[in-house]
Design a protein around this ligand. Structure first.
Ligand code: SF4
Length: 540
């Protein structure tokens, strides 16, 4: 093993105009980017203690050439949506004579796309890192290291190096309890990357991570990045009582969010535990309101149920639901726009991430489309350089319905649900039904005081710069303070989201309409050449 090594970790840029970037909202919250890069700081904790590590997140800061000069090794990698910037990082580092190591989900799914990197690490790092460190120590500066699939014992995963994060850069830090998901949604790459048997950390291991964050001064929002937190219900139910105790002991320093499958709504014990742990938000993949489509895409956990009623049960446990929806499935029929709009309205879901179906490398969907010879040759990164763009560069295959009709439905849904009046009507119905945990007057007052400056900044900005939403926000705030004061923070969250979702949805509609016009002009058979924004993957 090399006794010393200067490691520069570089987290590549996402497109700033995506659903997950909170474009324009970060600044109001005094941050530069929503979520801290957990994968890189987890990897950092596995490297030898004698190695020096610097972390540069290109989403929050510039890469200083002096950092590159300092480095012996550059580590980078991420998701498909980061691939274009990752390629730039590889080039920048190699131009300065540095060896580049690439890891993460995208190189695992598509190793050949990163043939230019010096060293490639595929799969989860824990089982391969010692081999990699030994090879580096022997002076090897090229090679491919592949971790056996789904074998990592996450109970041995070290506490991430939270100390490497620049605290002021992020809205919230992140932790991970489990990897993998038991379901088999056809379009999902999570099950291909992490398997269908969820592996979970030990309660004491998670609490040690929370202790570390607490020691470092983090408070407020904390996100569990699990693709499906409830994939192993037995394990999460065993963990949550410990989490509740920890939260009580520390006077609830964290408000929690996560992703989970919709069958969460079927388990009242689990809902109650999450409520008591102070979960306030959950992202759920609903995808479609059409039963046949859900069956065909193997999202069976969403079938044989009333989706709105399931969502309402989650509200009753004090968590608001943000949800993913997809247009472009083979089994869709005309009228899909209306059924999606009705589902979103009846479920009272203000924040809906509506995307076009996207075939990701290595998924069952992509394998099927390949067999059916429907996959576009440039399906991963198209000729415009768009990668992983779920919102508009989706449909990277030949769809069953006319592309024009799908784009039309997509634009119709976005136009309807993100009109100020309809958005805030849903927000109102959701917020008034949100049965938030009662943390007690003292903690509630403390949290309000801690967030008071953000509250003033948001309200000032809306009042001055966003007349189309000003009236709705003030009215909703007033009504919520009288009728459901414990949910006031959700009003701020909904308002903050609308600050960027309003303009983002209008831009997406414009691009979709331009694509339709282009198809029409070419007599129905042309690819779009309009530059598109990137929206990252969703799961659960
Ligand atoms: S989309 Fe979500 S629920 Fe479906 S397999 Fe992937 S992680 Fe699981």
């Amino acid at each position: 093993m090399a006794d010393s090594c200067n490691v520069l970790m570089i987290y590549p840029k996402f497109n700033p105009r995506s659903f997950w970037s909170y474009d324009g909202a970060c600044e109001l919250l005094g941050a530069k980017y929503p979520a801290a890069p957990l994968g890189m700081i987890t990897l950092a904790a596995m490297l030898p203690k004698s190695w020096d590590i610097r972390l540069v997140n290109r989403n929050t800061e510039e890469l200083d050439p002096a950092d590159l000069d300092w480095a012996d090794m550059v580590m980078t990698g991420g998701m498909l949506a980061q691939r274009p910037d990752c390629m730039k990082v590889i080039e920048l580092a190699q131009n300065r004579g540095k060896a580049v190591v690439i890891g993460g989900p995208d190189v695992t799914s598509s190793p050949e796309a990163y043939a230019d990197a010096d060293l490639r690490v595929l799969g989860e790092a824990e089982n391969i890192i010692d081999e990699f460190i030994a090879a580096w120590g022997r002076g090897e500066r090229s090679g491919l290291f592949e971790s056996p699939r789904f074998q990592v014992d996450v109970t041995k995963t070290p506490i991430p190096r939270f100390d490497l994060l620049k605290k002021g850069h992020y809205i919230y830090p992140t932790v991970q309890f489990s990897r993998g998901c038991p379901f088999m949604c056809e379009f999902c790459d999570i099950i291909e990357l992490y398997g269908r048997v969820p592996r979970t950390k030990m309660p004491e291991q998670m609490l040690a991570e929370l202790d570390r964050l607490y020691e470092l001064g983090w408070r407020g929002h904390l996100d569990f990045v699990d693709d499906n937190l409830i994939g192993n219900k037995k394990a999460v139910k065993a963990f949550l009582p410990h989490l509740i105790e920890w939260q009580k002991k520390h006077k609830y320093p964290f408000m929690l969010s996560t992703e989970a499958s919709l069958n969460l709504a079927d388990d009242s014990q689990l809902l109650e535990l999450m409520k008591q742990a102070n979960f306030f938000a959950v992202f759920v993949g609903i995808e479609s309101a059409d039963e046949e489509t859900l069956v065909h895409t193997q999202k069976k956990q969403n079938t044989r149920r009333s989706i709105p009623e399931s969502v309402h049960r989650i509200y009753d446990a004090g968590m608001f639901v943000a949800a993913g929806f997809i247009v472009g499935f083979d089994t869709e029929k005309g009228g899909v726009a209306n059924s999606l709009i009705s589902c979103i309205e009846e479920s009272r879901i203000p924040i809906a991430n509506v995307s076009l179906l996207y075939a990701l490398a290595g998924t069952q969907l992509t394998r099927r489309l390949e067999r059916e010879q429907r996959l576009r040759p440039d399906y991963e990164i198209d000729r415009r350089g768009n990668a992983g763009d779920f919102a508009l560069a989706g449909l990277n295959f030949e769809p069953a319905r006319p592309r024009r009709d799908i784009l039309g439905d997509f634009a119709t849904v976005l136009t309807s649900i993100y009109e100020s009046k309809t958005y805030f009507a849903r927000a109102r119905r959701m917020v008034l039904s949100l049965n938030r945990i009662n943390l007690g007057f003292g903690i509630q007052l403390r949290d309000s005081w801690l967030e008071f400056d953000k509250f003033i900044r948001i309200m000032w900005h809306i009042s001055r710069h966003r007349p189309e939403m000003r009236g709705y926000v003030w009215r909703l705030l007033g009504e919520c303070m009288i009728r459901n004061p414990r949910a006031v923070r959700a009003v701020m969250t909904m308002s903050l989201f609308y600050l960027f979702l309003g303009p983002l949805s209008r831009m997406m509609v414009e691009v979709a309409e331009a694509q339709i016009a282009e198809i029409d002009a070419a007599g129905g058979a042309v690819e779009s050449v309009i530059p598109l924004p990137v929206v990252a993957a969703t799961a659960a």
